[in-house]
Design a protein around this ligand. Structure first.
Ligand SMILES: NC(=O)c1ccc[n+]([C@@H]2O[C@H](COP(=O)([O-])OP(=O)(O)OC[C@H]3O[C@@H](n4cnc5c(N)ncnc54)[C@H](OP(=O)(O)O)[C@@H]3O)[C@@H](O)[C@H]2O)c1
Length: 325
């Protein structure tokens, strides 16, 4: 089978499409014929060797996909050959086939396409966990979402609105922010125009945001601590700015606020039942059109480097998807 291989950590242009021999599915694994794979920022980090997990080379990146189960390994009881499935793979999904741990798979509902299924669970799952369990976002609170046009960002905007919050989205271009407004944000701020903290406070009636969702880090994180409300929760999601910030503890004390780490992937393994419950809610909200995932780019398997590059160039609004023929 063909796979887009990372043979040594390096730039995304070093990925190559080659034949790759996959072992039979092991204990607790299912073999998935990949139909579509979602593209996520961690796919770049894992290729460059900057991610917390460093697979043995060669490996295909690709952290999530939707497809069909074609065989199952020993001990798998909840999936069988022929099932439509969504798989969180960590890596391996930029390929014609992948072995996925069944504990990281969900049945793909019949009314949801492979394309949508491949571009939904990682982002909406992360934001559901971040806002519901970790941020404890309450009805009527102010939610500030940074990088709001990105994969996790746009999902946080929609989930925040569905939970009854008032949502402010930030981003780097007015075109991207127009989509954020279309997906429900009450206010948007182009953070390349200058500091955002005073504008956020003004929008929130002087107090600041109750919950801040931050996949960007760096300067954006630093400024967020200056526009968070008393009792606020600053959710640490990621560091696309490429700088891991350090928090001044005096500001955390003065604001009586919490800085909350969110490691969704690890949580899904510790609490698979709660993860499934969250995703049942997300699928229900999808059917009720409270959630409207945006897929701005499509690529074939041989163009994975180009797909990752549109993320690097900050052109994606919502998600990019790889289609595997
Ligand atoms: N904590 C978790 O469990 C978890 C789960 C999933 C993902 N993540 C993390 O969340 C982050 C976002 O992932 P994603 O897949 O949503 O990425 P994405 O679709 O590329 O969105 C990231 C956004 O970050 C903004 N950004 C700011 N500076 C950037 C830069 N220098 N380069 C690229 N983008 C920049 C961009 O928005 P503007 O151009 O509008 O600024 C972009 O839309 C990543 O760090 C990822 O590792 C964490």
């Amino acid at each position: 089978m063909k796979a887009m291989l990372c043979k040594a950590n390096g730039p995304i242009e070093s990925l190559v499409l080659e034949d790759f021999e996959l072992p039979p599915p092991g204990e607790g694994e299912v073999r998935v014929r990949v139909r579509c794979a979602g593209v996520n920022f961690p796919d770049i980090l894992i290729t460059e060797g900057k991610y917390q997990f460093k697979p043995e080379h060669p490996f295909p990146p690709g952290s999530e996909c939707a497809g069909d189960v074609i065989s199952v390994g020993p001990g798998v009881t909840d999936f069988k050959s022929g099932d439509r499935v969504i798989a969180l793979t960590g890596h391996g999904a930029f390929a014609e086939e992948v072995n996925a741990r069944s504990i990281k798979c969900l049945h793909l509902p019949d009314d949801i396409s492979y394309e949508l299924g491949s571009a939904f669970v990682l982002t909406y799952g992360t934001s559901a966990y971040a806002l519901m369990q970790m941020g404890k976002l309450a009805w009527g609170e102010w939610l500030l979402v940074h990088g709001a046009a990105g994969g996790v960002g746009l999902s946080a905007v929609e989930i925040g609105k569905a939970m009854g919050a008032r949502v402010i989205g930030t981003g780097s271009s007015d075109e991207k922010l127009a989509v954020v407004t279309d997906h429900g944000a009450d206010h948007v701020i182009n953070y390349t125009d200058g500091p955002f903290k005073d504008y956020v406070k003004e929008i929130c009636g002087g107090a600041g945001a109750d919950v801040i969702y931050d996949p960007v880090g760096g300067d954006v994180f630093d400024e967020s601590l200056r526009c968070i409300n008393w009792d606020g929760r600053l959710l640490v999601i990621g560091f696309t700015s490429d700088r891991i910030p350090k928090a001044p503890a005096n500001l955390v004390l003065l604001k009586n606020c919490s800085i909350v780490g969110v490691f969704w992937g690890a949580w899904t393994e510790r609490h698979p039942d709660l993860h499934r419950k969250n995703m049942d809610i997300m699928f229900q909200w999808l059917r009720e059109e409270k959630l409207r995932p945006n897929i701005s780019h499509h690529f074939p398997l041989e163009e994975v480097p180009a797909a990752l590059n549109v993320l690097v160039e900050r052109k994606v609004v919502g998600k990019a998807v790889i289609t595997v023929d």
